[in-house]
Design a protein around this ligand. Structure first.
Ligand SMILES: Nc1ncnc2c1ncn2[C@@H]1O[C@H](COP(=O)(O)OP(=O)(O)OP(=O)(O)O)[C@@H](O)[C@H]1O
Length: 245
């Protein structure tokens, strides 16, 4: 099967608000798929449906051909989906290194922190190197600048060896050079076979990063395709001009 995830016909409402209306898209394996759209368009709601935080009114979400809609969030995580959050969620008193260890052995936290196996320690080192955070390994993660905290979150999520990595606004708080480094890191992971779904406001960053993009507006998907196609789609241009107006 060429798709890691198939998100089909999803409706999600909250009281009178329709956050998603009949939203469908596929995430091909070993590709970077982007979701863009103005504030409140439904992007984070899609992540919350995929990870089991929300139960939609209708639809289907399949991971490698298996329905995951309705499973508890921890089961979806174990099935191979890890994520980062728009509002960074790191442990208040833990160092960067401890985050790397804990992410790999969440059920035996104390033991794994005191005495990590060689494989766990090596993977932790690799994750820190990959995301460029080895120099801050002994710092308390939440004391670091936001851009660095985002890298810790991504390294932690990737350390779980996901089949699909979900990134919610990963370049918020990063400068241009950091964002460029991240683009190269993510494309390198994609080239090694990782499938990535990413939400981001920075349109130029997304155009250079993504293999495919889907555009949301008022809870509906208004376009999908390669970045060059998206850029000249009249519905997309209208949605973005509308936002600026
Ligand atoms: N738990 C919830 N309860 C009530 N309404 C919600 C909830 N989650 C999302 N919504 C509503 O659903 C709509 C879509 O929100 P969502 O957070 O998915 O948008 P978004 O595209 O991620 O926006 P942003 O770019 O601002 O993060 C909004 O109107 C939002 O207020």
């Amino acid at each position: 099967m060429a798709n890691v995830l198939e998100f089909h016909g999803v409706d999600q409402s909250f009281g009178g608000i329709k956050a998603l209306t009949d939203v469908s898209f596929d995430i091909p394996k070993a590709c970077i798929t982007g979701i863009i759209g103005p504030n409140g368009a439904g992007k984070t709601t899609i992540f919350n449906v995929i990870t089991g935080a929300y139960r939609p009114d209708r639809g289907s979400v399949q991971l490698n051909g298996q329905e995951i809609l309705g499973l508890a969030p921890y089961r979806i995580a174990r099935a191979g989906i890890s994520r980062t959050f728009q509002n960074i969620r790191l442990f208040a008193s833990m160092t960067v290194w401890e985050h790397m260890l804990l992410s790999q052995a969440p059920r035996t936290p104390m033991l794994s922190r005191i005495l990590p196996s060689r494989a766990v320690a090596e993977r932790g080192e690799r994750m820190m190197e990959l995301f460029g955070i080895s120099a801050v390994r002994d710092r308390i993660a939440v004391s670091l600048p936001y851009g660095v905290q985002r890298k810790v979150e991504m390294a932690r999520a990737y350390a779980m060896e996901p089949k699909l990595l979900l990134l919610d606004e990963p370049v918020a708080g990063m400068n241009h050079d950091e964002a460029e480094d991240l683009r190269q890191t993510l494309q390198g992971l994609r080239d090694k076979g990782l499938s990535i779904l990413i939400i981001e406001h920075d349109m130029r960053f997304m155009m250079n990063l993504c293999d495919e993009m889907h555009v949301m507006n008022y809870g509906r998907k208004i376009a999908g395709g390669r970045p060059a196609e998206i850029q000249r789609d009249p519905a997309v241009i209208a949605a973005y001009l509308g936002e600026d107006a």
